[in-house]
Design a protein around this ligand. Structure first.
Ligand SMILES: Cc1cc2nc3c(=O)[nH]c(=O)nc-3n(C[C@H](O)[C@H](O)[C@H](O)COP(=O)(O)OP(=O)(O)OC[C@H]3O[C@@H](n4cnc5c(N)ncnc54)[C@H](O)[C@@H]3O)c2cc1C
Length: 243
């Protein structure tokens, strides 16, 4: 008799994927849910704040499912649990639907934390800019900064109630119905920031075109070197599961 998935394939899969269970869900903003995932397999996960996991959504075994990317908001080795914060951007897209429907008891498989969107050592100061989804990675990165490290930045969200509470005070701006893609609101707010003379290190995440506009501002108008601007496009209209 042939099992749905061979034992070799299953062993391989178990090395790549971490398996846990949703143990708590909290609405942290009207469209954002903090999803806590726990389980023995989460003990001793290697993690650097700013990194992400890819959650395996839908399907049977590895058939028919898709991977969607979420930053770690936090990870607690003592509790063998991590928190993701997902934005429900509406519609039937698998990631948005998973965030909307997450409930305690559901099984979750995901890849180990990875990615280069992490704090750089030796920065004179740190500058963060992005929208709701970027704020999740920023929260983890800001928490990891030593208290004396200067941090500036702007977070954009749809309305005043849509902002995540972050560990440092960054400027908050609202789109108020304007599109998040190619957002002028974010770049205008970064332009208005009173930054120390000379570049620091910038971390830009969220919608791809908005990030490009903010980077162009830093490089062309403020004279920053491109290598001092760390970018990570999280999504853009018309593309699915960016990354
Ligand atoms: C490294 C990395 C870290 C990320 N971290 C987070 C995180 O912590 N929290 C989080 O919520 N998201 C995060 N994202 C973004 C998330 O992976 C994408 O939004 C993803 O597209 C969601 O999958 P989906 O199935 O809902 O939509 P998809 O099927 O991938 O996309 C379908 C369409 O939905 C629209 N869309 C997708 N995302 C958004 C959005 N955010 N706002 C408006 N419209 C959108 C686009 O038009 C897209 O073409 C991250 C992405 C990356 C690459």
């Amino acid at each position: 008799m042939t099992a749905p998935m061979g034992s070799v394939a299953r062993r391989l899969l178990n090395r790549v994927l971490v398996r846990g269970e949703v143990i708590e869900v909290e609405e942290v903003a009207p469209r954002m849910r903090r999803i806590r995932i726990g389980g023995e397999a989460l003990a001793g996960l290697a993690w650097t704040p700013g990194q992400h996991v890819r959650v395996f959504i839908g399907g049977e075994g590895l058939l028919g499912g898709v991977l969607r990317t979420y930053s770690l908001w936090s990870y607690d080795p003592a509790w063998e649990a991590l928190d993701l914060v997902g934005l429900d951007h509406g519609g039937d897209a698998p990631g948005a639907a998973w965030v909307r429907g997450a409930a305690p008891g559901q099984e979750v498989a995901f890849t180990r934390p990875e990615g280069g969107f992490v704090l750089r050592d030796g920065a004179r100061y740190h500058l963060f800019a992005g929208e709701e989804t970027a704020a999740v990675a920023f929260g983890a990165m800001l928490r990891a900064l030593p208290p004396e490290a200067p941090a500036y930045g702007v977070v954009e969200a749809e309305g005043p109630g849509d902002h995540l509470v972050l560990p440092r005070e960054l400027t908050q701006v609202c789109r108020d119905g304007a599109p998040a893609a190619g957002s002028r609101v974010l770049v205008e707010a970064v332009r208005k920031l009173d930054l120390p003379g000379g570049p620091g290190v910038a971390y830009l995440a969220g919608e791809a075109r908005t990030i490009q506009a903010v980077r162009a501002h830093l490089v062309k108008e403020r004279g920053w070197n491109r290598r001092d601007v760390v970018t990570k496009p999280f999504w853009t209209p018309g593309r699915r599961g960016l990354d």
